[in-house]
Design a protein around this ligand. Structure first.
Ligand code: IMP
Length: 430
């Protein structure tokens, strides 16, 4: 029995899909447990590039079962489009290799509308936007917690579904009118619009917690595919500039219905530098030419929104914190190749805040905003490393960079990503 959680250690976009794809080979079941179509996982297979938002990227491998578990919020339209898009490219998807939890909450069209209107309102009233992906994630989780949400299973009880949409819209229409000056939405039309998709989703719908627990008992190997990153976690991230789910490893247990005791290993994924999309503090951000160079070389533009990502040096204060709150056993350090061509590289080992040196990531956002990074400088390298497949064959300075990071951590660096190709991932040690 083995269950591994793959968890982002920064603000998302750490290159989780690449590690997932490599580990999926030795896995039977891949489970998405939180978030929704805000995620964007890219996998490159030969000349083909696949972008995933809801469907676990394990779907590209034969004989894997992919599960969208209860902790996710599912936009039915997006899921149907994604499945159809993948099928059109020859990927087999049916009720035997994709399962959708009947307990997962639905992202309704009004959630996306509220997400976008609320961001626009913040901007026009001079407040700071969260910089959401506009995919309705926050409002869908709000309804879940407020107990006014709709779940995948409700799609198959059309009368109940329509009644619940009516109840929700009775309230929401007041808010839409008074706060945003919007016309009322028709509950009947909206319910019908979503119910039309139920037939396409029906083959996938299952009690996925029962499925996963039975699979674990049978000795199947599971991979929990985290989305976003620990610093975007609603409890542990840079609140309020976070997503609305638990992106740390604990989310894998509640988000899928398995005991935390069964998740034996957590692999933390961190980029060899740092990026962030949307607003919020980012102590090591580089707003100069070096930051631009990282963005260009690293193709740091959002998979979901196309927005340019903010780029900066590796932040060990934030990384050590993420490792702690997710209990990561090892790290996969990705995109090392992006650092080629810098004369020197910097690693942030602490923050200066109000004249004090701080090595623990503060919970107070205003402290993180004031943090001035304390850097260690490392020598860079000029050689391209995309084709390198063993750690020993990396340029000395690249090895030293990885080894220094490892020294500053409490856990080993088990993988090093060196390029876009599927096999451009160096495994270290056993
Ligand atoms: P939301 O998840 O769309 O509500 O967005 C909340 C914050 O999380 C914003 O800063 C987004 O840019 C960020 N975010 C959400 N999903 C991802 C992701 O997959 N990668 C990186 N950032 C993300």
């Amino acid at each position: 029995m083995s269950a591994i959680a793959i968890v982002g250690m920064q603000w998302g976009d750490e290159g989780k899909a690449k590690v997932l794809d490599a580990l999926a080979e030795e896995t039977d079941i891949v489970v998405r447990y939180q978030g929704g179509a805000n995620a964007g996982h890219t996998v490159v297979v030969g000349k083909e590039k696949y972008a995933f938002h809801l469907v676990p990227s394990g779907i590209l491998r034969e004989n894997k079962v992919c599960v969208i578990a209860n902790g996710c919020v599912v936009d039915p339209e997006q899921l149907v489009n994604e499945v159809e898009g993948l099928r059109a490219r020859g990927v087999r998807i049916d009720g035997t290799n994709l399962l959708l939890s009947d307990r997962a909450h639905l992202v309704m069209p009004y959630h996306k509308l509220i997400d976008q209107l609320s961001e626009q309102k913040k901007e026009s009233s001079g407040q700071r936007k969260i910089g959401t992906t506009g995919r309705g994630i926050g409002p869908a989780y709000v309804d879940k917690v407020a107990r006014s949400g709709l779940r995948v299973g409700d799609l198959f009880r059309p009368d109940y579904f329509t009644r619940r949409v009516e109840e929700r819209l009775t309230e929401l229409n007041v808010i839409l009118k008074s706060l945003y000056g919007q016309d009322a939405l028709s509950a009947q039309e909206m319910a019908a619009q979503v119910l039309r998709l139920s037939g396409a989703l029906r083959p996938f719908v299952a009690d996925t917690a029962a499925y996963i627990n039975a699979a674990l008992k049978q000795g199947k190997r599971l991979l929990f595919e985290g989305a976003q990153g620990s610093l975007l976690d609603v409890d542990h991230g840079t609140y309020p500039f976070v997503t609305s789910s638990n992106a740390t490893a604990g989310g894998a247990a509640t988000g899928s219905g398995v005991s935390p005791k069964l998740i034996k290993t957590t692999m933390g994924i961190a980029k060899a530098y740092t990026t962030r999309v949307g607003s919020g503090p980012f102590p090591t951000e580089l707003t100069d030419k070096t930051g631009e160079k990282l963005r260009e070389r690293g193709a740091e533009f959002g998979t979901t929104t196309g927005r340019p990502r903010r780029c900066g040096w590796l932040d060990m204060v934030a990384l050590r914190y993420a490792i702690e709150v997710s209990g990561a056993d090892a790290i996969a350090l990705t995109k090392l190749d992006v650092l080629t061509g810098h004369r020197e590289l910097k690693i942030c080992t602490g923050y200066q805040i109000d004249g004090q040196t701080v090595v623990r990531f503060p919970s107070d956002l205003s402290m993180v905003e004031k943090a001035v990074p304390v850097y260690e400088t490392m020598r860079g390298w000029r050689e391209e490393i995309e084709e390198v497949r063993s750690f020993e064959a990396l340029p000395k300075a690249a090895r030293q960079y990885v080894e220094r990071i490892e020294e500053l951590l409490t856990v080993p660096i088990a993988y090093v990503g060196v390029g876009k190709a599927r096999d451009a991932l160096i495994r270290r040690g056993k």
